[in-house]
Design a protein. Structure first.
Length: 325
């Protein structure tokens, strides 16, 4: 019987926080799932991608995982280099920053696609869909937003709107996010900091609904998980990110949440974005996370879902469709 091989490109597995790591949730689901054939699970990092004579290769290490906060992985073999097509599926789960090395990885993974590997999410879509700027495709879902690298433009926007969130386009986890007003004495230094080196900045109207949480809606193959994780800011904070001290409370999707998901879903499916996290504050879409969306384990723990398995079932459908072509 043939073996199904799934590789996961991630940050070092030794460094994750297992009880809240969505990548681990998916790996655990892959191990539990009855694929109808034996499964082998591998991990690699960006430095383990290479191209030789026009063919992508991966340096892989076979692993097993466990739902154990003390011992969540075990190496089964030493690492070895294999042609990309050695694996059937590669999950691209490298966290931002989305820098030139990340872009380079998508180029190499595109070669792997050409060699028959199902890459989730699709490498071209990872390049095309910046997690902040992608919301511009759905203005009907968003609040007042400006994307610019010009300080004067940003100052005018702050003066017009009055209370604004400024953030870099390539960050994650709440890093580099500032709340400013037109009379803020720190506005100049905030703009200098964010625009340093010619960077582009996103400015959005501050949404008071952040007090009720920055909601993460997980989309699996264009369908929303029926529960969202509202990441409620810590006292004195404007950022709801768990990495910035926010508290996660799972809750059912609202009608507006579902409407936003419906607006975005066709574009996600068309671009090959199988797993995506929509960030919603109040009634407004604020970001679309395509690189390594999280919050699976928190929702699973509070509502008994199995989102990792939802992802594996979607991958199985993709594999079957490809085999039938």
């Amino acid at each position: 019987m043939s073996v199904l091989r799934i590789a996961v490109l991630m940050d070092p597995i030794e460094s994750i926080t297992p009880y809240k790591d969505s990548t681990l949730a998916m790996m655990l689901a892959a191990q539990r799932k009855d694929w109808g054939q034996p499964l082998e699970l591998y991990v690699c990092q960006q430095s383990d991608l290479m191209v030789r004579d026009g063919k992508a290769q991966f340096r892989l290490r076979k692993v097993s995982v466990a739902d154990d906060n003390q011992r969540w992985f075990e190496w089964l073999e030493e690492s070895r280099v294999e042609p990309a097509e050695f694996v059937d599926v590669l999950l691209m789960r490298k966290d931002p920053p989305f820098d030139i090395e990340y872009v380079t990885s998508t180029w190499l993974l595109e070669l792997a696609e050409q060699q028959g590997v199902l890459v989730v999410n699709k490498p071209q879509a990872l390049r095309d869909c910046n997690e902040k700027a992608f919301i511009a495709q759905f203005p009907q879902c968003c609040t007042d937003t400006l994307i610019s690298r010009d300080a004067a433009d940003l100052r005018r926007f702050v003066a017009e709107i009055g209370d604004v969130i400024l953030k870099p386009l390539d960050g994650m986890g709440g890093a580099g996010i500032f709340r400013v007003t037109a009379t803020d004495p720190n506005l100049s230094v905030v703009l200098e900091t964010l625009l340093h080196g010619g960077a582009t900045v996103m400015a959005q109207r501050f949404l008071p609904a952040i007090k009720d949480g920055d909601k993460r809606i997980l989309m699996v193959d264009g369908e929303p998980v029926p529960y969202t994780l509202a990441r409620i800011p810590a006292e004195g904070e404007t950022r709801g990110n768990i990495a910035a001290g926010g508290r996660g409370v799972a809750q059912p999707l609202t009608e507006q949440d579902r409407w936003i998901a419906e607006q975005v879903a066709p574009a996600l499916k068309a671009r090959g974005l199988l797993l995506v996290g929509l960030d919603v504050i109040g009634d407004c879409l604020t970001e679309i996370n395509v690189t390594s969306p999280t919050c699976m384990r928190e929702i699973d723990a509070q509502f008994g879902t199995d989102i990792g398995m939802d992802v594996m079932n979607a991958i199985e459908r993709k594999l079957r469709a490809a085999a039938a072509e």
